[in-house]
Design a protein around this ligand. Structure first.
Ligand SMILES: [Zn+2]
Length: 283
């Protein structure tokens, strides 16, 4: 998760996103006839990168020189995203060697993320995704749209957020919320924000934090049957708003009244407890 004091400004982020998109586009075009599927092993071969599995790996993936390592386990879309992210680091060095040397770690991560997202989504699908996403008005609709695009919900939300053009404006904040322990201390299980998706020009919503700190008493969410969507309004949200440029702090605590919609999802395999997709409609 980004450190607050290390967030790139909008312009830098946009430049990096465009560079990453151009690199991904060039790699996709070379031998793709129309809508041919991305084949990761072929991409690795073309870039002269090797891939090994390492079960003792601390991170989900890493790259050193021309060797990408990923943690063992089953092959999934999530794993593809991890590999493409590492490929992104290699491509940054290959396509923009000077920039790669000067770029702070956080910006290198951004490039790799955008590269991975753009490898998974070709331009046509990307534009369609943006258009569809902007029209979504409920968690159930979002879950349905993710399914139509054949992406797991978590990845669909990530892709949409990375794009930077999909969630625009202050009025919607999307959250994945689970009954889970603290990501780092593995203690204190409660309803937590697993991932937050919002327009960073307006809000900062940290992940791993308790959901009740944001939306108040939320036990009612635990009682929603799987597959069912419920709403509550008005709810007072405690949010961190991006402060004016002249302000001393980057973020300002604000209370905002709005509507909370939650869809109860099937728990992820191997996990127990609530898993929710939450939409905050901020007035
Ligand atoms: Zn990385």
């Amino acid at each position: 998760m980004a450190k607050k004091d290390n967030l790139p400004t909008g312009n830098e982020e946009r430049t990096l996103r465009n560079l990453a998109r151009a690199s991904a586009h060039a790699l996709r075009e070379r031998d793709l006839f129309g809508e041919r599927r991305l084949y990761v092993p072929e991409l690795l071969k073309r870039l002269k990168l090797t891939l090994t599995k390492d079960d003792r790996l601390g991170a989900r993936g890493m790259i050193k020189d021309d060797e990408i390592k990923v943690r063992g386990g089953r092959w999934s879309l999530d794993r593809r995203l991890v590999i493409l992210h590492e490929v992104g680091h290699a491509v940054l060095k290959r396509d923009y060697p000077e920039l790669a040397q000067d770029l702070p770690h956080r910006q290198q991560e951004l490039f790799a993320m955008h590269f991975a997202a753009n490898m998974l989504l070709d331009e046509k699908r990307r534009v369609t995704l943006i258009e569809r996403f902007r029209c979504i008005t409920s968690p159930a609709e979002l879950a349905d749209t993710a399914q139509r695009f054949r992406f797991p919900l978590a990845i669909f939300l990530q892709l949409a957020t990375w794009d930077g053009e999909t969630i625009i404006g202050p009025d919607k904040i999307w959250l994945r919320v689970k009954h889970a322990a603290n990501r780092y201390t593995h203690r204190d299980p409660k309803l937590r924000i697993i991932s937050a998706h919002f327009d960073p020009a307006y809000w900062y919503v940290p992940a791993n934090k308790g959901f009740e700190g944001l939306a108040g008493e939320s036990r009612w969410l635990l009682e929603i049957p799987i597959g069912v969507e419920r709403h509550r309004s008005p709810v007072t949200f405690k949010l961190q708003k991006v402060a004016a440029k002249s302000a001393r702090t980057k973020f300002q605590q604000v209370e905002s009244v709005g509507r909370l919609s939650a869809l109860s999802l099937r728990p992820v395999r191997g996990e127990r407890g609530a898993h929710l997709l939450v939409m905050l409609s901020v007035a």
